[in-house]
Design a protein around this ligand. Sequence first.
Ligand code: DHB
Ligand code: MG
Length: 238
Amino acid sequence: MRRGSSTRAQLADTLTCMSAEQWAEVDAYLAEKLVDEDHALQAARESSGETLFPGIDVTPNMGAFLGMLVQITGAKRILEIGTLAGYSAIWMARAAGPDAHVVTCELEQANADVAQENIQRADLADRVQLILGAAADSMHALISQGAEPFDLVFIDADKKSNPDYLDAAVRLSRPGTVIVIDNTVRGGEVVDASSHDPDIIGTRRLIDMISANSRLTATALQTVGSKGWDGFTLVRVT
Ligand code: DHB
Ligand code: MG
């Protein structure tokens, strides 16, 4: 590959195009072999096409990963930012068991309608509470109400607001709370300090905030799969 003549963004595009099909094929193979999706999960995933943002819900492998993270940590109180069709909420609520309380925040009424139907189909209405509105406002309302801390927070909404979401998530945490932030690599664009994309600016600010906060330990993993080259950041509140 002629690296010298490529900008970083061009290189990212080239690598993405070269391998996207293979990444998707391997993702599908691993999901097929390892991930059990019943009718409710399958219907929820397929209904993402009825939301305002088709195709950006978590993948089956990521859904199963979130479920395992819930089980490994024993999380019962779970906060999700960005419901979309409710697919990840279903994974986490099931993994947390009958005494779980999942609060999921969604801005768009149209997405919330799709999600509520999926949550009901999965018979999880008693453990999943959907709050409609701007997630930062909903989180601040929870803070004002003195809500009990959450065990696990999954942030997967508009990326430009990630700094606000992290700040509120930390205030809704206790020592040991785990915070997962989706899509923090974005095809490699996260390293572009001169980016004018609000999503990249938001993600870079998020990483800076984590880096500067001595109460947070973190790592981030890059992923490839059916959604291309991306990754997530994993934070633990100490
Ligand atoms: C986008 C958002 C997501 O949450 C995701 O997983 C992938 C893409 C987006 O806004 O483009
Ligand atoms: Mg996402």
